[in-house]
Design a binder for this molecule. Structure first.
Ligand SMILES: Cc1cc2nc3c(=O)[nH]c(=O)nc-3n(C[C@H](O)[C@H](O)[C@H](O)COP(=O)(O)OP(=O)(O)OC[C@H]3O[C@@H](n4cnc5c(N)ncnc54)[C@H](O)[C@@H]3O)c2cc1C
Ligand code: FES
Length: 338
């Protein structure tokens, strides 16, 4: 039986390989042209040590000097020994270039553009082939007719032929202006997926904190959870600046009806808002959401909002079991495609 193995590199690049249950991850990676660091190939040197974020595997045999029982219990494993027993997500502690790989380049056709409000647009891409990614990850989309790219998080579930995105319409912004005026049928290319902001296995309650279009990766996570219902509560607090920024509320209601244990609420920062709950997401975090620290927190939004929420947690003295965040920072130079 073959399983899907996601290799998430230190630089956020993710590549997917197929690996039979009879194969080691190292052998399957090499066949896919991805050179995970290896030396002895015998469980004796520890060069191929990586971390399993989710999934089940047979760790194989090795000497304890290179992988202690404690490390193995935490999820560390040896690529030259491990064989998958389910789909896996593995964190490889080197940059993708060190493994002679990088983000994949793909093409798509713009299928639809929807102006959800004066400030927010959703658009969808019909993909040449379904794109594998981990819910919460992003791709760098080329702005057609330029040599520039912008990062956008998927708002849809992985593996579909149509992928959707949620974008803040920034006046004068390069991609914002393009998307606001784009015609369906336009050819679009992108590289990715990338990012370490993705939904891990739900092992305890989850708190999702979204600011503005930082909702996009949360929608992708919810689409995933609809297909694979969580065993624990998942709560989303969605904060925006103005009423017009509050979008996709019907989709959130729909997820609340379909995902067991999922609840959500929103707040609007502008004091003049007509929305009943005003203020910032941190004002709505209750002890029941934090669960005494036994909670996985996912936070995404503009850099200032992400920093404010991180400071809130530092000041509150609560350390969540895990804390993952993504800042929607203004663009960086285009990434190099493989
Ligand atoms: C990992 C990652 C994922 C991202 N995912 C998303 C996403 O799913 N949805 C989304 O809407 N954005 C997302 N972004 C932000 C996105 O990549 C662009 O930066 C943003 O859409 C602006 O691009 P633009 O070409 O329209 O504007 P630009 O031409 O890049 O900028 C125009 C002007 O607006 C300013 N500006 C840029 N971004 C912002 C901002 N957020 N707020 C205020 N002013 C700004 C710039 O400094 C510049 O002055 C993400 C960013 C990162 C790093
Ligand atoms: S390559 Fe030496 S332990 Fe895997």
């Amino acid at each position: 039986m073959a399983f899907k193995v996601a290799l998430n590199f230190e630089d956020g690049v993710t590549r997917f390989i197929n690996c039979a249950d009879t194969d080691t991850v190292a052998d399957a990676s090499y066949r896919a042209g991805i050179n995970i660091p290896l030396d002895c190939r015998d469980g004796a040197c520890g060069t191929c040590k990586l971390f399993c974020e989710s999934g089940k595997y047979d760790g194989g045999s090795y000497i304890e000097d290179v992988l202690t029982d404690e490390e193995a219990a935490q999820g560390f494993a040896l690529a030259c020994q491990m064989r998958p027993c389910s789909d896996l997500v593995l964190r490889v502690p080197v940059p993708s270039a060190a493994c002679k790989t990088g983000p994949a380049k793909q093409t798509a056709v713009l299928e639809a553009v929807n102006k959800l409000s004066a400030s927010t647009i959703s658009f969808s891409l019909k993909l040449a082939e379904p794109v594998k990614f981990l819910s919460g990850q992003y791709v760098s989309i080329e702005v057609p007719g330029t040599n520039q790219s912008r990062a956008y998080s998927f708002s849809s579930a992985p593996g579909a032929e149509v992928a959707s995105f949620l974008i803040r319409n920034i006046p004068g912004g390069l991609m914002s202006t393009f998307i606001a005026n784009a015609q369906p049928g336009t050819q679009i290319s992108f590289v990715g997926p990338s990012g370490s902001f993705f939904l891990r296995e739900v092992k305890r309650p989850v708190l999702l904190l979204a600011g503005g279009t930082g909702l996009a990766p949360m929608l992708s996570m919810l689409a995933h959870l609809q297909a694979q219902p969580p065993a624990h509560k998942v709560h989303l607090i969605y904060g925006v600046t103005n009423d017009e920024d509050l979008v996709e509320t019907a989709a959130l209601d729909d997820y609340a009806a379909k995902i067991p244990g999922f609840t959500w609420q929103a707040c609007v920062a502008n004091p003049a808002s007509a929305y009943p709950e005003k203020g910032y997401v941190t004002q709505y975090i209750l002890p029941e959401h934090i669960n005494g620290g036994d909670v996985d927190v996912y936070l995404c939004g503009p850099p200032a909002m992400v920093e404010a929420v991180r400071k809130y947690f530092t000041d509150s003295g609560v350390t969540p079991a895990s804390f993952h965040y993504e800042k929607f920072a203004a663009s960086t130079p285009a990434e190099k495609a493989a």
